[in-house]
Design a protein around this ligand. Structure first.
Ligand code: VTB
Ligand code: MG
Ligand code: MG
Length: 349
């Protein structure tokens, strides 16, 4: 299905990038997010398919969002469009496609005009993506070149670095691990420095960093740490297409959820990535592997740059006069129906 679906999803992603780009450097996270959400909703509603949102993102930080369970799309074919007729031949357009979105990942990055804000959308057949609530996830991701039988949170960070170095035939000092810059990761970050490996510190935006583990040109070999669960599942859908490995465990932040931390130490006994400060968190799931996170077989993921980043360029705005502008958008399409990765640059008036 997705060789036919991806051009539509690409357009949705491009529109979300353009609309949120209007809020780059304006200091207003909420309006930037709202612009992306509205553009995605409007574009999805123009399409002749039946979409159901299974990951909407936004509850955790009270941001505007596409609601989990929301259905979108016209659910009927457009006449006289070859591509749709072809699609109908393969699959009836009334069937339900599940979508996971982070319309603006890195709202702070966008509003502060810092690198790395993107828009992300993932689509599969019905039931193909785990419908994660907007909570936290402990994540570990590596790319396809890493030779590992059983990726596990029992690995110490030293072991992880050794396995990567060995698999890629590089020195420990050349291994780069991406980590969100949060107090809970301070000891983890020190351990990576002490192993003589490199850290890629992320102010925000671990969705892109997880995907980057499968894109050799980014120089990111692994991602470790606690970030958003929706971002975790969306990145897992791209990692599955790219043949990488990822595991995740759902967590609640007890401060946010007003819970007393009643997590016994036994919950952590098998975590040799014990350099993370778990004190504010409780696990609410066992380890999920990539197929638990993304059971789907037909998967398409599109990310587009809002601000410049290490995977994508941001939206370029060329002002023609006071009224007219041309926007150039850079996107990457990952799909089980494409051979390889498609890097697209498109201009819009
Ligand atoms: C990450 C990151 C997101 O949230 O998931 C992070 O990828 C984790 O949350 O861009 P905290 O900021 O609460 O630690 C974001 O930074 C924002 O959704
Ligand atoms: Mg996000
Ligand atoms: Mg977001």
């Amino acid at each position: 299905m997705n060789n036919i679906m991806w051009p539509f999803i690409l357009k949705v992603s491009q529109k979300a990038a353009i609309f949120s780009a209007k809020f780059i450097g304006k200091g207003d996270n909420i309006e930037a997010d709202r612009a992306a959400v509205t553009a995605m909703r409007d574009e999805l509603n123009k399409l002749p398919f039946h979409f159901k949102v299974v990951i909407g993102e936004g509850e955790r930080d009270n941001a505007p969002m596409l609601f989990i369970g929301e259905t979108l799309g016209k659910k009927k074919p457009i006449k006289n469009t070859n591509i749709i007729e072809e699609f109908e031949g393969v699959n009836n357009c009334h069937s339900e496609w599940h979508i996971a979105v982070d319309p603006l990942e890195g709202t702070n990055l966008c509003s502060k005009n810092l690198p790395g804000a993107i828009t992300a959308i993932s689509i599969t057949e019905k039931g193909g993506i785990f419908s994660s609530p907007d909570i936290y996830m402990l994540k570990l991701a590596v790319g396809p070149e890493v030779i590992i039988d059983d990726l596990s949170f029992e690995l110490s960070i030293y072991d992880l670095i050794s396995i990567i170095a060995h698999s890629k035939n590089i020195k420990h000092s050349e291994v780069t691990i991406a980590v969100l810059e949060r107090d809970r990761h301070n000891i983890l970050i020190d351990q990576i420095y002490n192993s003589n490996a490199r850290v890629k510190l992320l102010p925000d935006g671990d969705l892109a960093a997880c995907i980057a583990t499968c894109l050799p040109w980014t120089g990111i070999d692994a991602y470790v740490g606690i970030g958003g669960a929706p971002e975790g599942v969306i990145s897992a859908s791209a990692i599955k297409i790219l043949g990488g490995f990822m595991i995740g465990r759902l967590m609640l932040n007890d401060k946010i959820n007003n819970k007393i931390n009643n997590c016994s130490n036994t919950d952590f006994k098998n975590l040799r990535i014990n350099s993370i400060d778990y004190r504010e968190f409780s696990f609410i799931s066992d380890e999920k592997n990539i197929n638990d996170l993304v059971p789907g077989k037909n998967i398409t993921v599109v990310i587009s740059g809002v601000t410049d980043g290490y995977i994508l360029d941001g939206v370029k705005i060329l002002k023609l006069d006071n009224i007219n502008s041309i926007f150039e958008v850079n996107s990457v399409v990952f799909s089980t129906d494409l051979d390889g990765i498609m890097n697209v640059r498109s201009q819009f008036k």
